[in-house]
Design a protein around this ligand. Sequence first.
Ligand SMILES: Cc1ncc(COP(=O)(O)O)c(C=O)c1O
Length: 402
Amino acid sequence: MKEKLQPSRRLAKLPPYAFAEIERTKARVLEEGVDLINLSIGDPDLSPPNEVIESLKEALKVKENHRYPMGAGLPALKEEIARWFDKRFGVKLDPSREILIVWGSKDGLSHLPFSLLDEGDISLVPNPSYVVYPNCSLMAGATTVELPLTEENNFLAAPFDLDSTILNKARLLFINYPNNPTSAVATKEYYQKLVSFCQKNDILICSDNAYSELYFDKNNKPPSILEVEGAKEIGIEFHSFSKTFNMTGWRLGFAVGNEEVLQHLATFKENIDSGVFLPVQYAGIQALRLPDEKQDQNRAIFQKRRDVLAEGLRQLGLEVKPCEATFYLWVKTPRQMKSVDFVSFLLEKYGVLGIPGGSLGKHGEGYIRFALTVDVERIEEALNRMEDLPGELDNYLKEKEP
Ligand SMILES: Cc1ncc(COP(=O)(O)O)c(C=O)c1O
């Protein structure tokens, strides 16, 4: 390739696409006419609430709503968010200073490192994780230090014993609970420990709470880190309409917390985008006003899927991490198989697709992730296809023996 057509050094820092081999197998399997059951995508198959769609339609009819939205978000939406946040988490927010509207939380999470980090800074990232945290930290010029999420630490990122040479350079810490991919949920005690540690070490916490409403125990709702005293001094948190209201394509989310940091992010974004389409912001207001029962119906659907898939997989002899939130099941690979091999095996043999844990970070190795984003009938179909899994695995592994 001509030298001037090479990607920037920034882009070249990205690790190779870990899913490429599986993508090739998937393409071949599809070509062969296999009816693929895709449990790899974290994108809900359910519809957004009708009321929200109707509100979007109404807002589309208003001429002014088609102009540049500009700014950090519609004041009316920010006020509604402040009400929702108080009701849900008991945390008061100043709508004009402590809330920023973003194009889905990915927009904010990806641009935060560019707004805060310089060459030589360290970004602490969970591993495995949503790859945006490490990748955008690297592209912003920072170095990443991984915080392993393992069974031993209950999949809770633990920066507490890091060396002072790392802590001196660490400026940003990403956490994500309820967690993608492990489904782990953080307690308020964990957040308390993290906040005091980060206050002591002067590290900003970026909490990604995109799955806060996808919980299955009403008496044990996932907390916000802002519930912890002093968290606003050292933290921001992202929320998303994507998973809560099945609105992934709409691109609407928000950040709350430390006003100075939100201002840095807003300044950066002013040079990137021109705000979220106003009708989408108006529809967001409607979404936040929906009665809790709407969400309960949504949760009940995912809960049923979780129960069927987790139970079915356990009956096939697989070890499934208990899942109290998110729509992901974190499943141990059998017989110490590499995650990419187990995913390929399931894909070739049964036409069922998951994600290799190793593609989400090296500490995800030994696991695969299934997303509960197909209906119960398809999940049952997947389990029926896998009925002979234990025996077929024996044969497959015997064939592989040197
Ligand atoms: C942990 C996590 N954070 C953020 C996002 C992005 O969500 P949004 O649609 O709000 O950009 C995802 C999407 O899969 C995710 O898994």
